[in-house]
Design a protein around this ligand. Sequence first.
Ligand code: NDP
Length: 328
Amino acid sequence: MTSFKALVATKGETGPNLAFTEFAESDLMDGDVTVRVTHSTVNYKDGLALTGRAPVIRRWPMIPGIDFAGRVEISEHPDFKPGDLVILNGWGTGETHLGAYAQKSRVKGDWLVPLPEGLNPDEAMAIGTAGYTAMLCVLALEKHGLKPSDGPVVVTGAAGGVGSVAVALLAKAGWHVIASTGRPEEAEYLKGLGAAEIIDRAELSAPGRPLGKERWIAGVDAVGSHTLANLLSMTKYGGAIAACGLAQGMDLPASVAPFILRGVALLGIDSVMCPKPRRLKAWARLAADLDRERLALMTTRIPLSEVIETGRAIVDGKVRGRVVVEIG
Ligand code: NDP
């Protein structure tokens, strides 16, 4: 095909102007691998890009979409040949490099991860950047030396994408998972993913004390702001919190008390520029460890034509679990 279907964002007054259109293959950006995209997802960051609520898009026109799975069509990269199934997460895709909400993408082969054995492209995008980030959080907690016998783990934004995958992964690994959610109606869903306890996110979202009662040894935080500060203040001696998100806010109104009095560690997690060896490890662990029934439980599917409204829903906190975009 010399042109293909794509969602194209052009710069508007108050946010991006979005249109489904035919995109000329000759207008794709430089790269040594061309991929026929079959699946993408809607992550929180995609919602921010589509709504313009944060300046995620930094090149116009842009094809939004920060992650995809698909089949290599053309490759000048030694690691990939036509027909290979691949995954892409981040590296500026959908921000500075034409992204995933299209039937084709041309990228650097160095950005691609081979689809691990045991996962199909649909499952890979059910996991998506949110799930891969949840795995990076789990790897960071393990690297810190923490294990299920040390105490409970707390997961915030639990009914969202990162949260749902984190709950499923940690429960499968034997952790006592405390799931924090603002949606009490999702309690049964979270228990189905393996949560042992559900707490109301209101317990964590208001300004708190420098040190609180010790409640957990580890945490995965997708929320930031007061929630992250409170997580730190309630972490047991020697524990750690893996921080990856900002759904409540980008601020961190915390005290140093948990660090200097309890030896608590704050582990920063970035998925976008994460080095390739850690990506390969995360995807291999996801393929081996993530319970497929629980993955199915957290996944819904939409056609490309519904990404704009789903982007609005995710930033409004109305999406449960993960959304696969079937590009077809
Ligand atoms: P989702 O929208 O799926 O999940 C976010 C969840 O946070 C919501 O479902 C909700 O969970 C909770 N939440 C929403 N608003 C608030 C609020 N005001 N206060 C407290 N909790 C809130 O998004 P994702 O899972 O895709 O992403 C989660 C976060 O992680 C985002 O901030 C995203 O930008 C970040 N992220 C960072 C990455 C990195 O590389 N560091 C990579 C991927 C994601 P509930 O209803 O259960 O309370």
